[in-house]
Design a protein around this ligand. Structure first.
Ligand SMILES: Nc1nc2c(ncn2[C@@H]2O[C@H](COP(=O)(O)OP(=O)(O)OP(=O)(O)O)[C@@H](O)[C@H]2O)c(=O)[nH]1
Ligand SMILES: [Zn+2]
Length: 358
């Protein structure tokens, strides 16, 4: 009955989302970790009582805060004695960077190993929270005494690096406006994350490159008709073209906000209202420009029996990733629809900074 590592990691992410700390271990050392976004004042006080608390943030966030990141992609900010929760949130969350700049330089730690801090931030990202985690050393038996989830970092590393394995759950017919002969396939990742969907139009010939689109979920664009991006029109145009050709496959991947989740995407939108572009906003939050894992898409195509695609995209990263994952890209089919006065700047930044081909 004992949970395996995938299950333990999923529990750790769920606990962090709930504001419950988890323990990470590496050999003899153990740390207690809480997500900066969700931890309550009482638990912060409890962590402070245990010793010197670090706030682990990404190198990206450290750059914005002008803090030295001695560990490259990670900075270990020393939490001052008696610091309130609002101080922690001010470091983690960029929403008030401009109206309430942090006072004084942030002291960051150097020396020692930042491996557990890095894992703490990865778990926060996986939980779709702000990438910032409180970290304090504890005794190895702390998790058992406090009934907390404990993750062995070294054993977990390969699970975190690999693309999650997907399990096919069910397929059924769903007649669409774009194509009456359509089927929806559901895939469930074994790491406990959200399900991904494949919409198969007609019965594409597996021996030929299939007209395909890897579409990342966009609640605002796909469902609400947001004019701030081109996702809704792209989704629609891709399905319509597949319908017109009588065959195709559209993968609907749960990678909202280029993999940072809807709450963080809305944080990015709030920063864009302050004048930052889509890439700068991600960086100020502590994320990379694009946190998506396109290996998932390649895995689904492979499962469906497709080895080659005519890929509907303007994004060169998607083309490269398909080829890396063993799916041949026979052709790029441009998908340039839905430009509005509200998204013209966004599309221009994608072309300038992310190399999009428009
Ligand atoms: N973080 C962030 N995500 C955004 C923003 N605007 C849109 N998105 C997300 O970006 C993703 C867009 O994905 P795709 O439609 O696959 O777009 P793409 O990578 O530009 O590639 P193609 O459309 O194939 O050319 C969706 O997950 C949106 O939710 C933004 O300003 N910030
Ligand atoms: Zn969108």
């Amino acid at each position: 009955m004992r949970p395996d590592l995938n299950e333990t990691l999923a529990r750790a992410r769920a606990d962090l989302r709930m504001g419950v700390p988890v323990v990470l271990t590496s050999g003899e050392s153990a740390v207690l970790v809480g997500a900066a976004e969700t931890i309550a004042a009482g638990r912060l006080a409890g962590m402070t009582a245990l010793g010197d608390v670090d706030l682990a943030i990404t190198g990206r966030r450290a750059e914005t805060l002008k803090a030295r990141a001695y560990d490259g992609d990670i900075a270990r900010v020393a939490v001052p004695n008696g610091a309130a929760l609002s101080w922690v949130q001010g470091v983690a969350d960029p929403s008030e960077d401009l109206s309430k700049p942090m006072k004084g330089p942030l002291m960051t730690r150097r020396g020692g190993d930042a491996g557990l801090h890095r894992l703490a931030v990865i778990l926060c990202k996986g939980a779709r929270l702000l990438p910032a985690a409180l970290v304090v050393q504890v005794k190895p038996d702390f998790a058992a005494v406090e009934a907390l989830v404990s993750v062995d970092a070294n054993a977990a590393a390969p699970f975190l690096e690999a693309a999650p394995v997907l399990r096919h759950v069910v397929s059924a017919r769903v007649p669409l406006r774009a194509a009456e002969d359509a089927r929806l396939h559901i895939y469930r990742p074994e790491d406990g994350s959200e399900e991904h969907y494949a919409i198969e139009i007609g019965r594409p010939d597996r021996a030929k490159p299939v007209l395909a689109r890897l579409h990342s979920a966009c609640f605002t664009g796909d469902l609400l008709g947001s004019l701030k991006c081109d996702c809704g029109p792209q989704l629609n145009a891709a399905l319509m073209q597949m319908g017109a050709e009588g065959a195709g496959v559209l993968l609907y991947l749960q990678q909202e906000g280029r993999g940072i989740g809807l709450a963080n995407k809305m944080r990015a939108y709030a920063l864009q209202d302050q004048g930052f572009d889509t890439v700068e906003a991600n960086h100020r939050l502590g994320f990379e420009d694009d946190e998506r894992d396109f290996r998932l898409g390649a895995q689904i195509l492979d499962r469906l029996g497709f080895g080659a695609v005519r890929l509907m995209t303007n994004n060169p990263a998607k083309l490269a990733m398909m080829a890396d994952c063993g799916i041949a890209v026979a052709e790029r089919v441009p998908l340039k629809v839905g430009e509005t006065p509200f998204n013209a700047r966004y599309l221009a930044v994608k072309a300038e900074k992310s190399g999009h081909l428009f």
